[in-house]
Unconditional design. Structure first.
Length: 296
């Protein structure tokens, strides 16, 4: 789970002293560390015939290992984008840090402190104006999915798809997730003793299927992908968290600030993939509903 500025769910959070110190250290280090291979503008990417794309490690259904192969929505989308640009694609697997700002630094504009290059494009970046303004070294663009929270339930044990009507039965959540933190204190804390923590959403969903819990609260994409063909027996309903700034957010991409022409080209590619049906088909392949960004 990320914390400073935007967490893994794209929600705004206040910085801790430790996070502020780490950012100050990073700012000082930026002036003294040796230069690394930089992100490239469009012409350099085309000339090299290769697009380097950063994806999160262990982030199903968007990017994860299955049978040793890198798979997921973001992986297939990156391949489709590279195809539109007429280049090959390589992947940089990124371990999520404490903050998405850290991930942007490591993936697209400076590189890891321990050394190594950066990617041309980073996938699965929260697309929010305020967050972008706090990270001027990167350009956020191309939102391709609207994400939100959802409730999956056993309809025999939970008849109403509302958080306020959660039954006096176990409810599964991923440990240290936004649903975990929210439900611990929601409704006067009456759900605290009924929360069952799991390391991953697939584990929580398996517990739902086996009858160990009556419901699971997580992001919609995680729940849909984990249930797969079994979703017919366990209805999935979008939910909001009253009192929070937002219960939905947009997922987009990022490039280094000097690679705006690459961002334009990649953004155009995503638009074309949406218009010809490729983008929703990629989501469908991985068992996820594609929620397009409304035109404002």
């Amino acid at each position: 789970m990320n914390a400073f500025g935007m967490n893994a769910f794209g929600m705004t959070a206040l910085p801790t002293r430790r996070q502020l110190l780490s950012f100050a250290a990073a700012a000082l280090a930026a002036g003294v560390l040796p230069r690394r291979a930089g992100a490239r503008p469009l012409d350099d990417v085309v000339a090299a015939g290769r697009l380097m794309v950063a994806v999160y490690r262990d982030n199903p259904p968007f990017s994860h290992r299955k049978g040793g192969a890198l798979v997921g929505v973001d992986v297939d989308l990156a391949r489709a984008i590279a195809g539109r640009l007429g280049v090959g694609v390589e992947f940089m697997e990124l371990t999520a840090g404490e903050a998405v700002s850290d991930d942007l630094r490591n993936a697209v504009w400076r590189g890891p402190v321990v050394g190594g290059g950066v990617a041309d494009v980073m996938m699965h970046v929260p697309y929010q104006k305020e967050f972008g303004l706090r990270n001027p070294e990167a350009v956020l663009f191309g939102p391709y999915q609207r994400e939100g929270f959802a409730l999956a339930r056993n309809p025999m044990r939970m008849t109403q798809p509302m958080l306020a009507s959660l039954p006096d039965e176990p409810v599964g959540v991923e440990i240290d997730s936004i649903p975990d933190f929210y439900l611990l204190g929601a409704f006067g804390g009456r759900l605290r003793e009924r929360l069952v923590h799991y390391m991953t959403i697939p584990e929580a969903v398996e517990a739902l299927v086996k009858g160990d819990v009556a419901a699971v609260v997580a992001t919609q994409s995680q729940v849909e992908a984990a249930l797969g063909d079994r979703a017919a027996g366990f209805p999935i309903t979008p939910v909001t968290f009253p009192g929070m700034m937002a219960s939905s957010w947009d997922i987009g991409m990022a490039v280094k600030e000097n690679s705006r022409d690459l961002a334009y080209a990649v953004g155009d590619a995503v638009t074309a993939l949406l218009e010809d049906g490729t983008l929703p088909e990629i989501f469908r392949k991985h068992g996820v509903t594609h929620n397009a960004i409304p035109v404002e």
